[in-house]
Write a protein that binds this ligand. Sequence first.
Ligand SMILES: NC(=O)c1ccc[n+]([C@@H]2O[C@H](COP(=O)([O-])OP(=O)(O)OC[C@H]3O[C@@H](n4cnc5c(N)ncnc54)[C@H](O)[C@@H]3O)[C@@H](O)[C@H]2O)c1
Length: 436
Amino acid sequence: MKKELLEKLINNNAVVGIIGLGYVGVPLALAYANSEIKVIGFDIDEFKTQHINDGISYFKHISSEQLKKVTETKIFSATTDFSEIGNVDVIILCLPTPLNQYREPDLSYVVKTIEAILPYLRKGQVLSLESTTYPGTTEEELATRISRKGFQIGSDFFLVYSPEREDPGNPNFSTSTIPKVVGGITKDCLEIGVALYESIIEKVVPLSSTKAAELTKLLENIYRSVNIGLANEMKMIADRMEIDIWEVIDAAATKPFGFTPFYPGPGLGGHCIPIDPFYLTWKAKEYGLNTKFIELSGEINTSMPTWVIHKVNDALNEMGKSVKNSKVLVLGLSYKKNIDDVRESPSVELMELLRSKGAIVTYCDPYIKQFPKMREYHFELNSVLLTPELLRQMDCVIISTNHDDFDYEMILQHSQLIVDTRGVYRGFETDKVVSA
Ligand SMILES: NC(=O)c1ccc[n+]([C@@H]2O[C@H](COP(=O)([O-])OP(=O)(O)OC[C@H]3O[C@@H](n4cnc5c(N)ncnc54)[C@H](O)[C@@H]3O)[C@@H](O)[C@H]2O)c1
């Protein structure tokens, strides 16, 4: 079985099934389809499968032209019919792995999906989990369920874990140029996993186990979370000492070794960095271990929106105004620049804090025309048009996300007060620009 599957993978004859057509699943599907490998995308959301089949992108960073190129030829198609799983050779899971209300791992998307596809799995397939998760998930949640079918993992069914490193909107890297880590349940699983990804990715990094691959992804994200936490703490210290943190980071970054710059901001956002570290925190408890760095950086990073609001409060106070009844415009709703993803965005937290203090809040984001439905917060708002007149009417403008599309000169010229959380005006500060 291994030989047959390996041959299909090496000769690009395998049919790839990707479950979860989100930020991770769609670019991956495109990478396979662009290499002339047949891809079937699966999702429970009919809006998405329909849009894929119509060649219409629902992501800002993926054009409909890119999609049409491969959907018109039907090399990439999408369906909500999971019985099709029996017709693919490869199953890749790109499903959400959020936290539940107790900030514990919520693996329900992965578990429900594996239970749903179990009847359609057949011998000779490989399944790869790409969702970020704690070490042990592939063995504990997937291998055990697949074995229940009587499959021998490593001889008649193959199981690997390969974390996704997608960075939506990053112009310097694409799915195929980002090296991909893979771990297999057995050596043969690993061999299959390497072949699966080598067909589309320039550099595949094999690891000794699925657990090692799972922990690798968490280390990468915890490294970011801890270093952003450090940058945020340094920002607050520098602020009190009246030192420009941006100047300091730029200076430290001139050291050619031993220092990687991380930048402060209004807080953490996105599906990954605020969430993934807590997958390890939860699992570490099983071993009687605490994850002190994770918790500390989490504490600092989640306190940032409140710190920014203190700065807004002080700045308005200097002008003889209060937050209550002030008109505040939040620039940028997405969690980072030039993308349309609002998941866990600190901008939303800022808006909520301002609203709770009685401010009249509006937002402008060229990529998010309407305030989206969110689990915790809701604003009946549409993005406003950024004009000199509007800026002049605002008591305060907060730069929360530094989209390249904003006209920063116009903002500087016409705003009464700017609270800049992204260092956009570093070196150009005037009386009306406050760093936060
Ligand atoms: N977004 C990123 O930049 C990024 C980067 C690296 C890793 N990751 C990880 O990749 C995983 C997926 O993230 P994402 O950003 O693509 O999520 P997403 O929410 O954009 O996409 C998930 C998709 O899965 C679909 N889905 C949900 N339940 C389903 C089910 N039972 N069957 C089929 N489809 C179902 C949803 O409709 C959605 O289209 C997560 O574990 C995330 O942590 C994400």
